[in-house]
Design a protein around this ligand. Structure first.
Ligand code: FBP
Length: 553
């Protein structure tokens, strides 16, 4: 591997552990708290998880380690989209495991959950793991989106574990992967395999959080990376004074990333999908809302600006999501083949016109042609439109242009509107983790080993008090079933970890709401600059505005 100087300098960084994990494995005791209940639907979830439901909350404390010191053979997988810090979860897990007993072994199953099914693995050693300390990416073992959810798959995994003498599996993933971790834990317990399952909360989207998990890892670095770029674009906008920049940011469903970037950079506009849905805003209303800012700024001589668009917003626009559902129906089963067999776009358009209701056709007709065509691109494995492939930044700038043209005709708008488009997604998912994510992830992994050593099964590694310095963080575990409720997914009632959307009465949104009118008209841009890795803690170790506002005293 070719090494950059930042990379070699980052190898030397010592991640900070929570205070109570700093005294060596032999001095980590455990305190059991209350028995837990699921977030909702207690009776059903208790019935579905008879062996792992209702377990106690765990906190580690400085004290005598009373765990059994048997040899541990642990398997780890990375699941889903990349998030900065994933390597450090594995490093923390490895270091704790080796500190407990040099004979302990860590298997890395490759390319996500499929590695466990296909028994495709490597065994970590110091030389291998040291190349990945404090680095971004998931290339240490690769990741993937295969789901582990059927009994047949679980039986194969149980056989793989038996073959290698594996005592525990650590699943590093988002809400779906950790839901599946809970189901696997229950399977292992019900079948008396003796194998434990521990989850770690990952996703740049920031939507795996609740009263126990303050944030998922990767969100801090990804939003800082995007904010740096947005700040740079703002500075360019404010220098050239001639472009409106429409910037789409990742976040498949929730708008936490967009909101955090807005708090960091104070753009003129930031859409929040959850608000769009709550207010049942139409595409036309959203376009008017953005056009108002363009017009007011133009009236002050400022024909430039910045608008942040969350990736998933179109799904939250009621008329657009109805359109998507109708398109899904229109292409269901063999109907997709008939559609794809049509040679020209105008033939396809006629097919669509026949199949959609009048309302949805009305929405479809106002979309730019490239967006119309994107709605008929690849489907996901469930046959749904992949909203992340829709260039919503271009959609909204086109709709805003139409509005401005109308206003020009009406004589209310006299400015110039030159839009530029950006999509910030993949450039943030594998960035060098910030100090926060380096520390948080290392702690999650180290702590996952403590949960394993103490024999817990079906727990999520939990590090809390994250808005404080790491020395004041607390470490422990929470039964995954505590975070579950029943939701309708693809026509079936399923036990799942509740996805955390932006709360419109939460402090981060309230702060944004209180300032956005001013930001929409004035140039209040903030240029946060690059992530700082070295220097005073108040510069290098600060967390996100979201976390700071949520936990402000
Ligand atoms: P996870 O939920 O698995 O962490 O992935 C989130 C995400 O980064 C989204 O922000 C984005 O929509 C999606 O992954 C892109 O997925 P892919 O990597 O498959 O293109």
């Amino acid at each position: 591997m070719k090494i950059s100087s930042l990379q070699s300098a980052r190898y030397e960084y010592s991640p900070k552990l929570p205070g109570m994990l700093r005294h060596g494995i032999a001095n980590i005791g455990v305190q059991e708290g209350e028995e837990t209940q699921s977030a909702a639907d207690q009776e059903v979830i208790k019935r579905l998880f008879p062996n792992t439901y209702g377990k106690k909350e765990i906190t580690f404390v400085q004290g005598e380690n009373t765990a059994e010191t048997k040899k541990q053979v642990v398997g780890v997988i990375l699941s889903g989209g990349q998030a900065p810090g994933g390597h450090n979860v594995i490093c923390g897990l490895y270091d704790a495991l080796k500190a407990a007993n040099k004979e302990n072994v860590l298997y890395g199953f490759k390319n996500g959950p499929i590695g466990l099914i296909e028994d495709d693995y490597l065994i970590f050693d110091d030389a291998y793991i040291n190349q990945y300390r404090n680095t971004g990416g998931f290339d240490i073992i690769g990741s993937g989106r295969t789901k582990l959810e059927t009994s047949e798959q679980f039986a194969i995994v149980a056989d793989v574990c038996k073959k290698h003498g594996i005592t525990a599996i650590v699943i590093i993933g988002g809400d779906d992967s950790n839901t599946n971790a809970a189901v696997l834990a229950e399977y292992f317990a019900a079948h008396d395999t003796g194998v434990q399952v521990i989850g770690c909360p990952k996703t740049i989207d920031g939507d795996l959080k609740n009263e126990d998990i303050e944030c998922s890892f990767g969100f801090d670095t990804a939003t800082k990376t995007y904010s740096e770029i947005i700040g740079n674009i703002e500075r360019d906008a404010n220098s050239a004074k001639k472009y409106w920049h429409f910037i789409k940011v990742m976040g498949r469903s929730a708008s936490h990333v967009a909101l955090e970037c807005a708090l960091e950079t104070q753009p003129n506009i930031c859409l929040i999908s959850e608000e769009v849905s709550e207010k049942k805003m139409s595409l036309s209303q959203i376009a008017d809302y953005i056009a108002d800012s363009v017009e007011k700024r133009a009236a002050k001589g400022m024909n430039f600006g910045v608008a942040i668009i969350p990736e998933g917003v179109v799904e939250f626009v009621p008329e657009f999501s109805a359109l998507i559902q109708e398109i899904n129906e229109l292409l269901a089963g063999s109907k997709a083949d008939a559609f794809n067999a049509l040679a020209t776009w105008s033939e396809k358009y006629a097919f669509i016109e026949q199949g959609l209701t009048k309302e949805s056709m009305g929405v479809f007709a106002i979309l730019p042609e490239n967006i119309q065509q994107q709605l008929f691109l690849e489907r996901d494995p469930h046959g749904n439109v992949q909203v992340s492939l829709i260039e919503s930044e271009k959609l909204f700038s086109a709709l805003v242009k139409d509005k401005l043209d109308e206003r020009k005709k009406a004589g209310t708008y006299k400015g110039k509107f030159s839009p530029l488009h950006h999509f910030l997604g993949y450039e943030g998912r594998c960035a060098f983790p910030s100090n926060f994510d380096s520390d948080y992830c290392y702690s999650l992994g180290y702590n996952a080993f403590m949960l394993i050593q103490y024999g817990y099964n079906g727990y999520l590694s939990k590090i809390s008090n994250l808005s404080k310095p790491a020395s004041e963080w607390t470490a422990g575990g929470m039964p995954i079933t505590k975070m579950m409720n029943i939701e309708r997914r693809h026509g079936e009632d399923k036990p799942v970890i509740k996805k955390a959307l932006v709360e419109l009465d939460g402090k981060p949104f309230k702060f944004f709401e209180a300032h956005r009118e001013e930001w929409a008209v004035e140039t209040s841009f903030v240029y946060p600059g690059a992530i700082q890795y070295y220097g005073p803690a108040e510069v290098c170790d600060i967390t996100t505005k979201t976390l700071a506002l949520e936990h402000a005293e």
